[in-house]
Design a protein around this ligand. Sequence first.
Ligand code: M6R
Length: 585
Amino acid sequence: MCGIFGYVGKRGCVQEIFKGLSVLEYRGYDSAGISVIFDREIHLAKSEGKLANLKPLLESLPQGAVVGMGHTRWATHGAPTTVNAHPHVHGGLALIHNGIIENYDDIRTQLKKEGVSFVSATDSEVALKLIVTRMKEGGLTLQNALMKSLEEIRGSFAFALMSVEEPNVIYLAKQGSPIAIGIGEGENFFASDALSLVSYTKKALFLQDGEIAKIAPDSVSLCSFSGETVKRFPTQLQWSETSIEKRGFKHFMLKEIHDQPGMVAAAIKRYVDQDKKTLNQSAFPLDKLDLRKIDNIQLIACGTAYYAASVARYYLESTLGIPCQVELAHEFRYRQALINANTLLIAVSQSGETADTLASVVYAKTKGAQTMAVCNVQHSSIARECQAQLYMEAGPEIGVASTKAFTSMILNLYLFGLALAEARDSERTYFSGEVFNDLMALPIKLEQAIDSFDAIDQLAYKYHKSLSCLFIGRGMCFPLACEGALKLKEISYIHAEGFAGGELKHGPIALVDTQMAIVALAPHDAYYEKMLSNIEEVAARHGKIIGLGELNDTRLHEVCTDYIACPKASIPALNAIIMAIPLQI
Ligand code: M6R
């Protein structure tokens, strides 16, 4: 969740770096800092808390500096204090770091024995002091000292490093944490998220694991950690500058909730031949997979993407008629999962950079599995690591709380499942008239769901003092309930948990009393009657039930304390997309 933005060129860069960091604000952070080189000196400004706290300190930096870098930090090692904030400065060098150095404690102990002292509690300062030490003891250039130090460092990192000895250059090194270089005219940029580059340039180079970049105003050169030259052509960034604007909404999450009808309409255009009412098979990366070999599917993801994948599992398994598992990537990567050459591993990730998901793909490849990425960011690490890519094209998701990526993942995986089924079984039409009609009506239904904003807002006000909230659902509505709970805790800091309705009686029901709010998802599907029984169980303990169901469901309405009526799609996966909207609101 840290952010990096840097500049090497010809314009005064202090304000530009601040602007670049502001675009990355959505990632969340607890402190920030900027360092620039001017008159062969490193100048530094750092502050705790919001980026706004850094702004007044920028005046102390030389505005004419044309080389500099900034960082927004999300504390991992050491509290979010100014001392622990990046950049770290020592011995004429400044360093910023995203990632985690796993063996930082061993290196620190070793350096202490060599007489080095530390001022912060961070693993990043350890990296800086290691580089400075290696530079001094070996009389090495900065690049050589960096290469030597990288031999000793284990973990994930994107480093940016500048030195008063080479005042027109910044070095980057990458292992496991993303960093992109924006190519300009007589100026170059770099950022942990290419999104912050699009205001300056559309030409970008994505540094890959095991690579170092040397960035000067007129050149960018790449080499491996061991010094071999690497050649790579820049790629074109797809996003426009307007796609990173709030377009009048109060915040990005709100904008992204409202983006969903348009996003679905764009996906329909891409994937569906509306004249023939068929799927555009060529829009799916089926040609990159050996379809005959696939006899099971393993979905892996984290957080919201995991819940989207968990929804997808229901329909992929039933449509394709093959086993389909879903697992959290951080669990999957550390166990010796039994997958093989007949497995299609689908890595679901909005950013395409989640380290555990990436590591799971790497593991799957060692087992001979086929791999496909479902992600939103082209050229991202996960997309590059997989043999096939299904790009969601949902537009940048800047709000930290995922909204449109969730619904987009469900939709993309649903249509991919149909396309895959048709490619494996040409005798049958999976994309039926019912699916076509439901899909075509989806954008309008999402608009209608968003139109309930004010009513849901009032309900939120009524319940805002609740200390805890349960979300219950069955079938696809179970992972949907978990996603609803995740949104509530993430945004409102209210404790919330999602449960399968059938699980209530196995323990969680003990939590229900008159103070407990329970959001019950109950569309008219195969689980409806069972869900009503679960709601009755909760009602018997006088919990406050907020029902989420269909427009004219008087039965459900009667057993609930409050009720949110949702437009309905007949295809359950598409219905799940509609029901996600009130949960997001
Ligand atoms: O970029 P990814 O989809 O791989 O991110 C995975 C999770 O960190 C992410 O979905 C997170 O749970 C959401 N932003 C929460 O709203």
